[in-house]
Design a binder for this molecule. Structure first.
Ligand SMILES: Cc1cc2nc3c(=O)[nH]c(=O)nc-3n(C[C@H](O)[C@H](O)[C@H](O)COP(=O)(O)O)c2cc1C
Length: 251
């Protein structure tokens, strides 16, 4: 492997520590991420495995003014669709036909309530997060305001958007996920924080406005990237499965 310039010099964590340390970061310092560091992280992530080395992904990187504009556009869509969702059914249907705020995600339908145990885990994780943030269970306004922060990338200076060619079917999603994890590990190693954001896959059109995206590529997920702020939300460590829950019993 050709080691990208600077990688050996700046490596400072043991792999086991990186795995244990990485957690979703939802508050960032305003410090920019140096372009050279970003290039290093992405170059290193290109070492990821993919199905027959097909590498069926592309990434749009938003930073500086583009990140600001995109964030404002996505946040505006979030609030307008939120308003539509609160309307009574007939008005909601009418708004749905006339508004450009409704989700135009590439992978439809968007999963609403998760099935079975996954919804239980989702709720437990969400409640744990709100507890850390001091947001009451029934405080819809505060929860919406927190949700809105997703669309300005929790103030991260960099937002990444992951696209795949869907002709590669489910393997494309596996490959993109592996790439994202590589990037999150590499970022943690450099003292950076990340948050994978499915929320950034809800609206596609704002991305087309800022990037030349080949039409066959579909938006899967986003990711916030930057230096973690000293904020209680970043201390949240949701519970993970136990090994016994993970492993299938043998027959
Ligand atoms: C595909 C994917 C999508 C996610 N989407 C969001 C999101 O939209 N907003 C958010 O705050 N966190 C999002 N997360 C972060 C998860 O909530 C987080 O990974 C999970 O709660 C476990 O916490 P940890 O990452 O700190 O271990 C996402 C994570 C993944 C892998």
């Amino acid at each position: 492997m050709v080691v990208p310039v600077g990688l050996q010099r700046t490596h400072f964590m043991e792999f086991t520590d990186i795995m244990a340390k990485r957690r979703s970061i939802r508050a960032f310092k305003s410090d920019p991420v140096d372009d050279a560091i970003l290039d290093e992280l992405l170059t290193l992530s290109l070492e990821s495995p993919s199905s027959s080395n097909s590498q069926p992904y592309k990434i749009a990187v938003a930073k500086g003014d583009v990140a600001k504009q995109l964030g404002a556009e996505l946040e505006d869509k979030f609030w307008r669709s939120n308003e539509i969702n609160k309307q009574p059914l007939p008005k909601k249907l009418l708004s749905a036909m006339t508004s450009d705020a409704l989700p135009d995600s590439d992978f439809k339908p968007i999963l609403g309530k998760y099935p079975g145990v996954f919804q239980e885990r989702r709720v437990a994780t969400g409640m744990g997060l709100y507890e850390v943030l001091g947001i009451g269970r029934k405080d819809r306004k505060a929860r919406d305001e927190y949700m809105a922060k997703n669309f300005t990338f929790f103030n991260a200076p960099v937002a990444l958007f992951f696209f795949v060619d869907p002709r590669m079917k489910h393997t494309a999603l596996v490959d993109a996920g592996i790439f994202m994890q590589s990037l999150m590990m590499a970022a943690t190693d450099k003292g950076l924080g990340t948050c994978a954001q499915g929320a950034l896959g809800i609206w596609r059109k704002p991305l087309d406005k800022h990037f030349k995206i080949p039409h066959e590529y579909k938006l899967v997920c986003g990711m916030a990237l930057g230096y973690p702020a000293d904020d209680k939300v970043n201390q949240y460590r949701p519970e993970k499965l136990s090994l016994s829950d993970l492993l299938m019993p043998s027959k």
